[in-house]
Design a protein around this ligand. Structure first.
Ligand code: NAD
Ligand code: IPM
Ligand code: MN
Length: 357
């Protein structure tokens, strides 16, 4: 039997609550799909930092290289500055492990009421293809004359032809495989005249390889508005690191809740493990109440199986999610109900165990 080795970093806050839900579902999917999943948990995150002064082991990357994929909850807690928790775990892993694509489906599932009046599932079905290795998140910069009147901060954005080209090509491929075959590129070349004009030129240079895809560029402010006013006109959106972060929270919110949107940090070359996580954070405002919506984490787990070649099991989990959400009988508070994380998880595992019933 084929066994996939999964590194688990549940992390902080509700990551600790939703990752166990995802693992429960993944185990059932594996037993039904006839493959094995071997989970190894790593206690990295903010509590680890408070104990050791490090967000993860010094040889964390070497350890992770021994796995087929990484399943991550969320990183960040009020006890540790966020630029440390993100900057010493999440963002370095995405970069060092060459996960240059951040793939974020943004889809309104039937049964969820969007905060956008009158919008149904047919109107909101998008995918964000976020550049995940450089751009505004390259981390280059510094501060000087701290605490004085002359204090300054510099934060550099790095955009390379190589990284823009590979993310654009990936996004065109995703668009080409979808029914509507639309690709929108989010830009800001009117104000960011150097970086974003390179972005525009390189994305446009890839377009002729995909004549079947209808490609259009939008300014990021306008596409943010369009996601709210005309979401049905959007399909795949390719964007820089920061723009994708913001647009995917909008996409998740209009899909009903931040508790729904999944994401994959993917190295398409497969030379390193890819990492799957909900798009949401550690939600300190609800942590410990047992009411976090586990759907985003479960869906991210399904994306992980798809990446590992277990497409049928991905589809089975999605089917179970759709069945539970579609019946509208079990809803966590973010979706307007009063179900707990455990109740929502039990509903999904039951639906998975008895497909078609
Ligand atoms: P957040 O996503 O944690 O929470 C934003 C809002 O959405 C909160 O009101 C929260 O209760 C709600 N929410 C999020 N996930 C939910 C779920 N599954 N079910 C129900 N409601 C949910 O964002 P934030 O408050 O800006 O950040 C909190 C911490 O998380 C910070 O430390 C931040 O740096 C970190 N963060 C980490 C990641 C990650 O690990 N990938 C992502 C985003 C934020
Ligand atoms: C996300 C998060 C991270 C990001 C933060 C925690 C650095 O918001 O995964 O969307 O901006 O990428
Ligand atoms: Mn984000």
């Amino acid at each position: 039997m084929k066994t996939h080795k999964i590194a688990v970093i549940a992390g902080d806050g509700i990551g600790q609550e939703v990752i166990p839900s995802g693992i429960e579902v993944l185990k059932i999917a594996a037993s039904q799909g006839g493959f094995g999943l071997e989970f190894t948990e790593f206690p990295w995150g903010c509590e680890f930092y408070l104990r050791t002064g490090r967000m993860m082991d010094t040889d964390a990357v070497a350890k992770l290289m021994g796995f087929d994929a990484i399943y991550l909850g969320a990183i960040g807690a009020p006890s540790v500055p966020d630029h440390i928790s993100a900057g010493e775990l999440l963002l370095p892993l995405r970069k060092v492990l060459r996960q240059y694509v951040n793939l974020r489906p943004m889809r309104l599932l039937p049964g969820i009421t969007s905060p956008l009046a009158g919008r149904g599932a047919a109107d909101i079905d998008m995918v964000c293809v976020r550049e995940n290795s450089e751009g505004e998140y390259c981390g280059i910069g510094g501060r000087l004359h701290n605490g004085t009147e002359d204090e300054l901060a510099e934060q550099t954005g790095i955009f390379t032809r190589r990284a823009i080209e590979r993310i654009a090509r990936y996004a065109f491929q995703i668009a080409a495989a979808r029914p509507r075959k639309l690709l929108a590129s989010a830009t800001k070349s009117n104000a960011l005249q150097h970086s974003m004009s390179l972005w525009d030129e390189v994305v446009a240079s890839v377009a002729p390889e995909f004549p079947q895809v209808e490609y259009k560029k939008f300014y990021v402010d306008a596409i943010a508005a369009r996601m709210v006013t005309h979401p049905q006109s959007l399909d795949v959106i390719v964007c820089s690191n920061l723009f994708g972060d913001i647009l995917s929270d909008i996409g998740s919110a209009i899909s009903g809740s931040l508790g729904v949107g999944p994401s994959g940090n993917i190295n398409p070359n497969r030379t390193t493990p890819s990492m799957f996580e909900p798009i949401h954070g550690s939600a300190p405002d609800i942590f410990g109440k047992g009411i976090a919506n586990p759907i985003a984490a479960i869906w991210a787990g399904a994306m992980m199986l798809d990446h590992l070649g277990e497409r049928a099991s991905h589809d089975a989990i999605l089917g179970a999610i759709e069945k539970v959400i579609g019946s509208a009988s079990v809803k966590t508070p973010d979706l307007g109900g009063s179900a707990t994380t455990k109740e929502m998880t039990a509903a999904v595992t039951a639906a998975l165990a008895k497909p078609g019933k």
